[in-house]
Every structure is written in structure tokens, then in C-alpha cells.
Design a protein around this ligand. Sequence first.
Ligand code: GMT
Length: 373
Amino acid sequence: MKIGIVCYPTFGGSGIVATELGKALAEKGHEIHFIAYRQPVRLNDSLNNVYFHEVRVAEYPLFEYPPYELGLACKLLDVVKFEKLDLLHVHYAIPHAYVAYLAKQMLAEQGIKIPVVTTLHGTDITLVGKSPGLAPAVSFSINHSDVVTAVSEDLKKETLASFSIRKEVKVIPNFIDFKIHQADFNKDLHMYFAPNGEKILVHISNFRPVKRVGDVIKIFAKIRKHMPLKLLMVGDGPDRESAEYLCRKFDYCSDVKFLGKSNDVSRLLAISDLFILPSEKESFGLVALEAMAAKIPVISSDTGGLSEVNIHGVTGFTSPVGDVAKMSADALLLLKNEEMYKKFSTKAYEVSKSFDIKNVLPLYEAAYEEALK
Ligand code: GMT
């Protein structure tokens, strides 16, 4: 199949899912055309069967807001037509599904049919999309997609509850490609961050308010009172500064390292002991799954689809959003109890195996077949 994949190329789960999916499909022999305003972060090799088309957005002094959607629609028209694509797979209802609809209409006028598969990732449904001004466009885009998928049962439920949806929404969970997530424990790197063999907590996100990075600092501060400990804060975004200021108010702030964005989180996960994800909202929590694939138990909130990934009492612990006291107590319990920690670590890995891309790829291929019918 010749498949066009539209995604946000930035650091973030949806871009990673789209990129890893495309790469795996290409490996299976499909021809993949990524279409985005920048090369997706994990699309860094030149691979067989993979093409990248950059969306150029017209700049003109009159345009206070560059017309991304128009640029994307015209790029889709061009790529579908000249690369003879069979199908478009767009990640995010806003704006990618409705841009795909526009491209589809333009192509139909030229006698070209292009089915559209839309994957919902969360922010388009649970945060931005719910604003009353945008909701009609979200419902419209979903209803006009040929096949719609959501990354968790919870996201499906929330989509059906929040919008007027006539389409079936299929759940296809996010996945892990174990070929990529294979970093070994690096003794020197561990020594660098924890020279006295301290345990390491890690948080990875885009530091948006929804990630509650302040809670991560508070959790660390509570546990640090009871044991030597380091915290790695990986990523960057709007709440990084406030997290840094908060950290400076507590003792032991020098045990916290803000590392910025990383292209290779596996090597940091491989030297860490616990992953902390106290998010306000999380339709899936791909990064929690990446931590579990590195055999790290997860301390997270129980929001959205997170509980479908981090199984409470098995792969880690979940708590109500904002319950810093419980999250700290659960983390301390695991860090202090070696036997228990080992069991959770083993289970975290086992559960992550059920999200192996090998199991998930055929579900997307079946969705494509259905769209083509
Ligand atoms: O969480 C973010 O800020 C990034 C966002 C994205 O667009 O990548 O993540 C969403 O999609 C991921 C991949 O499906 C999910 O793992 C995240 O849970 C979801 N984020 C939210 O629902 C807030």
C-alpha cells in the first residue's frame, strides 16, 4: 500500500506513534509518505520505502496567523495525486482530519478517491476539541473520516460522550517497538547522575500544564527526606521555569537535574528506578509504556487511559490527580522494598510486551483494508 501519514512532528506521543508506525509499515514493504511541517523527531534515518514531504506555509505580512491548514491541504492534494497514494492516515482530528476532508473533496473533483483513517490522540478530544467553538468541527471531521481509531478505551468513551459521533470508533492502543527500546544499563551514565549509587526518579514530558510537573518536584521533595535520591527532569515546555523555581524552594534541589529535550530517552530510562507521571489528563501515556519497556515501575495519576497502561498494584501505582502524598508514599514503598520492586519491574516489562508493535501493526493494517473497501 502507498500510505500518506500526517502528524505533528514535535516531541510528543502522537508524533512518535505516527513515526514509529510509518517506519514499521515501511519495513513490511508498504510505501510511506510522511507529510508534516518539519521532519518528525524520530524520523532521522534514511530508510527504504520512506519519503518525507514538508508542508510549506505561506508567509505574508497580511497573514497574522500563517495558513497551515491551507498549506497542508494543497500538499496533500499534490502528494496523493502525484505519488498515487492509496490512503491517508491522519493523526489528530484538529486540524488534520478536517484538512484531509478538504483535500479529499478537491481530489474527488478530479476523479481521485482517497480514503482517510483518523487516529484520535487525546488533546483533540479531551482538551482543545471540547471548547464549544471547535466542537462542531471535531464531530464533522470524525464523522467524515472513513475509519476512526482512538488510542485507549477511555478516549473512545470520552469521544462518544463529548461529540455527536455517527462513526464506529475502534480502539488501537499505542505500542512499543522493542528494536528501538533496547538501551542497556550504562554504568558510567548512572555514576554521572548518581555517584553514590542513589536511586533515580525520572519524569519525561513536554512540561505543559496538563503534565503537572510541579507535582513531580513535590513528590521528589517528600521522598528525598527519607532517602538519598536523584531526579531527572527530561523535556522542556511552558512549565519548566516554574518547576525550576519551585525546586529551588526545597532542600536538595541540587539533586534534581533539568536535562531539556532528549532524542534518546531509552538510555535515561535504562539507568532510572521509577517513572513519575502525575498528569491531569492523559489519553494513553506513551511515555509510561516506554518506561515499563525499560523495566521501570510507574507512579502515575489514574486519569484517562493511563490506568489501561499502568496497572495499579501490578506495574506501579495510580492515584487521584493531585494526590502528591499518596504518590510519594507509593514511590517510597517501592524504592524501600527490594522484593516488591523486582516483582513490579518484571510485571511492568511483561505488560509492556502486550503492547509490542508486532501485535498492534496488524490492527492498523486491518483498519486500512477496511477504509479501502
Ligand atoms: O500529552 C501531550 O502533551 C502530547 C500529546 C501528543 O499529541 O503527542 O499526547 C497525546 O497523545 C499521546 C499518543 O497517543 C498519548 O500517549 C498522550 O496521553 C496524549 N496526551 C494527552 O491526552 C494529554
